[in-house]
Design a protein around this ligand. Structure first.
Ligand code: ADP
Ligand code: MG
Length: 720
């Protein structure tokens, strides 16, 4: 990827401070730690990914227990979550056979008794737990036959003297059943960590942050934070350590992203759109069908600044459905034309590409601008003409599908590539686009998929980012309701009454790849059903699904666009971009099967005209998550709020397209819960780079060295 130099490259042209890279004790293989034999080492590697001392250091406890707080068995109720109880073990017995084989023991204190139960690691427990002795037990309680029970408790010998000691927060580490069976439970891992901490000094965990930042933010020192997060004396101390380490994770990743951005700005040459000329001005003054929104104007300014400065633009434009991204794309393409460059607008589906072509052709009908269309189903003769016109330069702009990046397509001078509705457009594909011009064209990626701010700042942090957070005036918010499938008849009656008023309706069926056949049958059933509800000859119904050929899809779509059919029964192929302003009802069947952002996208197909629009979510029974999604949809139309909720429900790892993103490998920090820390880290990283982008001041040398040392680690490779 020529435009994104790695960070080491970035520093290369200035003499970097020599790094003292004496081998650190933290790089030692885990089997060298006292108490870890080859067997345990093997398991630690396989089960927890702990290969070195350093990995163990970063295997953080998920909680701490205070040995002096002991619950009584009588106090355990159905509402109790975790308990720590001390008592005598009685009646150890193996019960059941094969898969229900388990070891059961009773723990008795002066208030009652509790059942302990193990399904795994039975041998180890049998060998190490002795009836008649005192034990301290920790675990999550449940009730079985009306009696309190703990399955797979943590257990260790105990004596009353231990409870009299000073309050001590003992770390408990995440572990696995296999490790537990080999005697490495959450507390025993803590013993290894203790051994490790006794071996390391501040030399091994050097400070990375500049002193001024540490004092302004009142942060704990780095070495101290690592010690304390494992073995805190007080809860406050622990919280401070946690804050410091979370801040580090965000801050380091923000500095890296910032450096990547700077490096791209520095090293990438971009074509220069130096003037706003005839094409843009004429269109803007005479043919623009409406006044631009403030957000559209702002984004155009950002694009104009980007494309005029001689650097390659790499911008993500996020605008909710219907916010008017297409016109921004067109104006940018006209800007390219004014400067003698061709541009392309790429869409994810043929339907959308066609629609762009028709829409843009219409807007440009009185302009001396030539626009073409290239998709997989463009006929050979037409294709030859288009390819010819692209290469000799008589075509100013082209819209199309992925067909545009296929090999034979050669531009005379491509200066701008716009990618619609595809923020997941991969690096490899972008590279293909770049190969089509000597100097990399500017890239504008447009998406209506709401991206929560925290993700925009991390997963997409290497792109410049614009938001259109304003809808064109006069839109009425879509009213969203949830109905049980049982009331489908009433929903159909409602559709009928709206159609009588001249409106159109979408009815969407889910499409899940694993059971494509079933979905297809579902859709057909649905179609027959809808037909049965609307038997009169005046009603026409279109259908759209993935098994149709492009021609048929196009015809069916066009009939609906023109208003020849009143109802569109479709799978989610309709999802992106399609614009039929007269359609005012969106019914989503099996709405519980859709993710939040998909529901929001679908809803965005209505509410595009001046008429009041409705979205009706039909479901049967709901689980908790689905209920939460449906509730969110009914409560808000705000794409950003929906995105936040989505992130909260699914976690960042699950948000499409971000799974592989190294920028999200945070061990402690959480994108939802720690949003404020992220904002702060971002601000501080930007401040720092704005005054010292080479990280060359003595204060920043530690940080720079740290970044360079980390080079070999996985996260690094994802970012460069
Ligand atoms: P999206 O951002 O979802 O791609 P579109 O570009 O398709 O949105 O625009 C949605 C609709 O809003 C279109 O019919 C478009 O003509 C209209 N539109 C866009 N900008 C404005 C504006 N500033 N004022 C009024 N209507 C607008
Ligand atoms: Mg669009």
């Amino acid at each position: 990827m020529p435009a994104d130099k790695s960070i080491s490259h970035y520093f290369c042209h200035k003499q970097a401070i020599p790094i003292t890279s004496s081998p650190s004790i933290l790089d030692s293989p885990i089997e060298y730690l006292k108490g870890v034999g080859p067997l345990k080492a093997d398991l630690l590697k396989k089960e927890l990914g702990i290969f070195t001392f350093g990995d163990l250091l970063e295997h953080f406890p998920n909680r701490h227990v205070d040995k002096t707080t002991i619950n009584t068995i009588a106090d355990i109720s159905a509402h109790t979550d975790f308990v720590q109880v001390a008592g005598i073990i009685e009646d150890v017995a193996i019960m059941g056979e094969k898969r229900s084989k388990r070891l059961v023991a009773q723990l008795r204190d002066r208030t009652g008794s509790l059942e302990l139960c193990w399904f795994q690691g039975i041998q180890w427990v049998e060998k190490n737990i002795h009836p008649g002795k005192l034990y301290l037990v920790f675990g999550k309680t449940g009730f079985f036959n009306g009696r309190p029970q703990i399955t797979h408790p943590e257990i260790e010998p105990w004596s009353p003297a231990m409870a009299e000691g000073k309050s001590f927060l003992e770390p408990v580490y995440p572990t696995t059943e296999k490790l537990k069976a080999k005697g490495l439970n959450g507390k025993q891992i803590g013993k290894l960590t203790m051994t490790l901490m006794e071996m390391i000094s501040p030399k091994e965990i050097q400070e990375t942050l500049p002193q001024s930042l540490i004092s302004t933010l009142k942060l704990t020192g780095r070495f101290n934070a690592y010690c304390t997060i494992h073995f805190p004396k007080t809860v406050e101390e622990y919280e401070q350590a946690l804050y410091r380490l979370k801040f580090d994770e965000f801050f380091i990743s923000q500095v890296r992203l910032g450096l990547t951005r700077l490096s791209r700005h520095k090293h990438s040459r971009g074509v220069v759109f130096e003037k706003v000329g005839e094409y843009f001005n004429t269109f803007y003054r005479q043919h623009l069908p409406f006044e631009l929104t403030g957000a559209q104007k702002r984004v155009l300014k950002e694009i104009r600044a980007d494309t005029g400065r001689g650097k390659q633009m790499n911008r993500l434009l996020q605008g909710d459905v219907g916010s008017g991204k297409t016109i921004v794309a067109l104006l940018t393409m006209l800007l390219a034309a004014d400067n003698g460059f061709q541009s392309c607008l790429m869409a994810p589906t043929e339907i959308l590409a066609n629609q762009h072509f028709l829409g843009l052709s219409d807007l440009l009908k009185d302009m001396p601008v030539k626009i073409g269309l290239l998709t997989g189903s463009t006929k050979a003769k037409e294709r030859r003409r288009i390819l010819h016109e692209l290469s000799e330069g008589s075509l100013h702009m082209i819209t199309g599908t992925h067909a545009l990046i296929e090999d034979p397509v050669q531009f005379k001078n491509l200066g701008l590539s716009i990618i619609d509705e595809q923020h997941r457009f991969g690096v490899a594909q972008r590279a293909k686009l770049w190969a089509k011009a000597v100097i990399h064209p500017h890239v504008l990626v447009m998406t209506a998929t709401p991206i929560p701010r925290t993700l925009a700042m991390t997963a997409y942090g290497d792109l410049d980012y614009s938001v259109m957070d304003e809808l064109p005036p006069g839109r009425q918010p879509v009213t969203t309701v949830h109905r049980n499938e049982m009331h489908r008849v009433r929903v159909m009656d409602f559709i009928r009454s709206e159609i009588e008023k001249g409106r159109q309706a979408y009815i969407i069926f889910p499409l899940i790849e694993e059971s494509e056949k079933l979905d297809y049958e579902n859709l057909m059933d649905g179609y027959e059903h809808v037909k049965a509800f609307f038997p009169e000859p005046k009603y026409w119904i279109s259908m759209l699904h993935g098994r149709q050929t492009a021609d048929i899809k196009e015809t069916n779509m066009q009939r609906f666009v023109k208003g020849d059919t009143q109802i569109m029964v479709s799978t989610t192929v309709i999802e992106v971009g399609v614009n039929v302003p007269n359609a005012s009802i969106m019914v989503i069947e099996n709405a519980e099967k859709f993710g939040l952002s998909q529901l929001h996208q679908l809803r965005g197909r209505v509410g595009r005209g001046s008429e009041k629009s409705y979205c009706i979510l039909l479901t049967s029974k709901l689980n908790n998550d689905a209920r939460e999604r449906i509730k969110t949809m009914c409560a808000t139309n705000d794409g950003f709020k929906i995105a936040e909720k989505d992130l909260e429900l699914r976690g960042p790892g699950d948000i499409e397209g971000t799974r592989q993103s190294g920028a999200l490998n945070f061990k402690l920090a959480n994108l939802v819960a720690d949003k404020e820390i992220l904002e702060k880290a971002k601000r501080e990283a930007e401040n720092l780079l704005s005054v010292d982008e080479e990280l060359s001041s003595p204060e920043n040398v530690l940080l720079k060295n740290y970044l360079l040392m980390q080079k070999g680690k996985t996260v690094w490779s994802k970012i460069s």
